[in-house]
Write a protein that binds this ligand. Structure first.
Ligand code: NAP
Length: 253
């Protein structure tokens, strides 16, 4: 019997775990995406797209597909889906593993302003016009549209909708990983004086924090949302090892 897995993706870890499992004959893996990205990277395993209809819908899907293990590899800010994953795994009686990458922590030389939401981040920019590197996503721009006195260098993986933009904006699209030299050059060439980011953690987009430190720029850091407890690991490698143990313990190959 093979181990049937559903990966809730939308993160680098979800895609990397799917790649690691694609050719593993002991597993059959499906990658699930919410459908927010118009052009997702090609998946090495079968992919399904769109919501399940809450925790009950996900539990139904797990039961109907005979899934053995649910891997929550959603982005640290996808709090609703993390709650659904915990509840659905309980309802359906399947094993759950969450991949939870550690949050970024400030180091000496950092000047972080911690906030709890994007609304607070926009308010923390203040009334004096600033030049802002904004990396919090192309779909959550309303708080910054309301703070129209600032210039925004908006970087997102896919292009934002034109009508959703603040008035003073340069929008660029880029997908990490980024490095210190290019991040520093970006901040300097646009005369950026403050950075706004979610505390996504991980290495792919951390160079902007190093660049801000090097240039002595403040960073408005949006704290992570509360998420429920779940059996978890921090990396794809640890997830793979956990799955091997699970496979050995419960499924006869
Ligand atoms: P969310 O608020 O936690 O989830 C909202 C709803 O979207 C969920 O209730 C679920 O709908 C659906 N959904 C979320 N992830 C899904 C998945 N992997 N497969 C199928 N349905 C999913 O999530 P979000 O913050 O909108 O993020 C949506 C997706 O973008 C996630 O997959 C996340 O990993 C990725 N992402 C989010 C961020 C961010 O900053 N929030 C950043 C980068 C990537 P139903 O209840 O109908 O099942």
């Amino acid at each position: 019997m093979t181990l049937k897995l559903l990966i809730l993706g939308g993160s680098g870890e979800g895609a990397a775990l799917a790649r690691a499992l694609a050719d593993d004959p002991r597993t059959v893996t499906t990658l699930s995406l919410a459908g927010r990205t118009e052009h997702p990277a090609p998946s090495p395993v079968p992919m399904r797209t769109g919501g399940f209809g809450g925790a009950e819908g996900l539990a139904r899907y797990l039961a109907e597909t005979g899934t053995h293990v649910l891997v929550d590899a959603t982005h640290p800010f996808a709090a609703q889906m993390k709650r659904n994953a915990v509840e659905a795994a309980q309802l359906a009686g399947v094993a759950l593993l969450a991949i939870r990458r550690p949050a970024w922590e400030p180091v000496e030389g950092d000047h972080w302003i911690l906030v709890a939401s994007l609304d607070e981040a926009a308010a923390a920019l203040g009334t004096t016009p600033r030049r802002v590197l904004l990396t919090t996503g192309r779909k959550e721009l309303a708080p910054f549209v309301a703070e129209a006195q600032h210039f925004y260098l908006l970087r997102s993986v896919e292009a934002p909708l034109r009508e959703a933009l603040p008035p003073h904006v340069t929008a660029i699209t880029a997908r990490g990983p980024f490095n210190l030299a290019s991040e520093r050059a970006l901040l300097k060439s646009h005369a950026i004086d403050i950075v706004v980011t979610k505390n996504s953690g991980g290495t792919a987009t951390a160079a902007k924090l190093e660049a801000a430190r090097a240039l002595a720029l403040p960073v408005i850091m949006v704290r992570r949302p509360e998420v429920p407890e779940a059996p978890s690991v921090e990396t794809v490698e640890e997830a793979f090892a956990w799955l091997e143990r699970h496979h050995d313990g419960t499924i006869s190959a």
